[in-house]
Design a binder for this molecule. Sequence first.
Ligand SMILES: [Zn+2]
Length: 353
Amino acid sequence: MSKTLVLKDERCLNHITRSGHPESPKRLEAIYEKLKDDDIRGKFSEIKPRVATKEEISLNHSMEYIEKIENTAGKHFINLDPDTNTSEGSWQASILAAGAVMTGIDKILDKSANNGFAIIRPPGHHAEMSRAMGFCLFNNIAIGARYLIENHGLKRILIVDWDIHHGNGTQNSFYNSPEVLYFSTHQFPYFPGTGRFEETGEKDGKGYTVNVPLSGGQGDGDFLRILREILQPVAEEYNPQFILVSAGYDTYQHDPLGTMNVTPEGFFLMTKFLKHLAEKQCDGRLLLSLEGGYHVEGIAESVKCTLRGLSDEETDISSDMESREEDRVSDSNIESTIEKVRKIHSENWLGLK
Ligand SMILES: [Zn+2]
């Protein structure tokens, strides 16, 4: 059986958002409770993450900004942007969230685990170098990618971002670099406004940002087709040494902030797809980090299905995938969306020609 690691820490509940805010500690509480279900227990091992040091966070953020967040420790609500605030416990939660990604990376690289899931908050993919944004304080996944490059000497990291929102912070961190290939599916136009087809990277990073903007309403079959028809040929050519995933669950069918149609089984199949891809490309090295997802029961069930996918031994899901794709394509225009991405990137990736 694949050894799957869950990185979790109750202190991530101590980042408190304002009353009625969708990114509430209840999300993580529901997931942590769900991990106790009989049919999932024993399929993974749980460990507590270490905290990230300021030097490690500074791989992706300015020291001035890091100290600004550190200075919120122990203080009541401080607003950082119209929908992002800190509370007494936010600094500690945020260094644990970034630390969880690095803990997972170390465990996977030293082979004490095959894959893992950092089930933490606050989320990260909107956070910019010197700015909190969209419920995010530090960009956990971007810090993880920098850590793989700077501390472990890796040269090719694939980040897959399936959150409904575009990960502007992550894209900006690596826009000029071929060391990270950023692949994102997201609703567009939508918050934060970035992620057009034409945003493909610049300078040495040209072609290493792949955006798949979607109109809304897409379901399991659509996402699986995008992974198979766009991500797979690009990833096979890129040949990543590690796959990181910004795992957002606001594409879940009943999410209060989203309009997508992904079911918990859809997350299981997407995870299986990425697990299989990682096994073919990079010795199975795959680490997910929690981003959005605001339907409390939906996120808990979907995370559970993701963990089933990570720990599942059976890797051949081609028949499942194809039947899922046929059954569950909700978007009659998905073909033209895929064509458009292939056309824009055909000069960057032979597999898309
Ligand atoms: Zn989101």
